[in-house]
Design a protein around this ligand. Structure first.
Ligand code: GTP
Ligand code: MG
Length: 195
């Protein structure tokens, strides 16, 4: 994918009305700090257009990145961030749910899981939710560079089993450091948003 143009086009906070962009969208969901914004930067070939942080809870709005004027990558706030109040968590949860529920243009939801860790209860719930709403789930195993090569297969198996993935579902390993997996992810995005 050649990126001719990438811009942060729309930012939605808790009280914002969700937009109808009129263009295909794919969204990136996952636990706080799993690497959603870093993946989006990697896909856009931008170092820091999407703000990232070592501290979880960085992305607190739904951010719509417009790519080449033809589709959107949607960065969602992470779940499971311990340091916000329960009330705040619920508001974000509702906002994410509302987006996933009402978007006319959403084509697929990418679920990011840290390749080092077993999927959490929240991850499993998110996976179920994606399936339940009829979206194509694509699992991205992030932070691939943090594992030794010899550990990778074992960890991919752990993720598949943890989520109880259906046979034939793909898990794409990705590293924001080396960009490994980028081309494969773009292929999937293009196949889901073309035509
Ligand atoms: P929230 O916005 O808080 O939900 O987090 P996020 O999922 O957007 O995570 P973000 O992209 O901000 O990354 C969190 C931290 O993990 C940052 O310090 C990143 O540099 C680091 N990180 C993300 N992806 C990778 C990766 O592939 N490899 C390594 N080594 N670090 C990564
Ligand atoms: Mg983020």
């Amino acid at each position: 994918m050649v990126i001719k143009q990438a811009e942060l086009d729309i930012v939605c906070g808790i009280t914002s009305k969700l937009p109808d962009t009129g263009m295909p969208e794919v969204a990136f969901a996952g636990k706080s700090n799993v690497g959603k914004s870093s993946l989006i930067n990697g896909l856009m070939n931008r170092k820091s257009l999407a703000r990232t942080s070592g501290q979880p809870g960085k992305t607190q709005t739904i951010n719509f990145y417009k790519i080449n004027g033809e589709r959107y990558l949607v960065d969602l706030p992470g779940y499971g961030y311990a340091r916000v109040s329960q009330a705040e968590k619920e508001k974000w949860g509702k906002m994410i749910e509302k987006y996933l529920h009402t978007s006319k243009n959403l084509k697929a939801v990418f679920l990011l899981i840290d390749i080092r860790h077993e999927p959490s209860a929240n991850d499993c719930q998110m996976y179920e939710w994606i399936l339940h709403n009829g979206y194509e789930p694509i699992i991205i195993a992030t932070k691939l560079d943090k594992l030794k090569r010899s550990q990778i297969q074992k960890h991919l198996k752990m993720i598949k089993e943890g989520l109880q993935l259906k046979k034939g579902s793909t898990v794409i390993p990705f590293s924001a450091e080396t960009k490994q997996g980028r081309d494969e992810i773009w292929e999937v995005i293009e196949s889901l948003t073309d035509g």
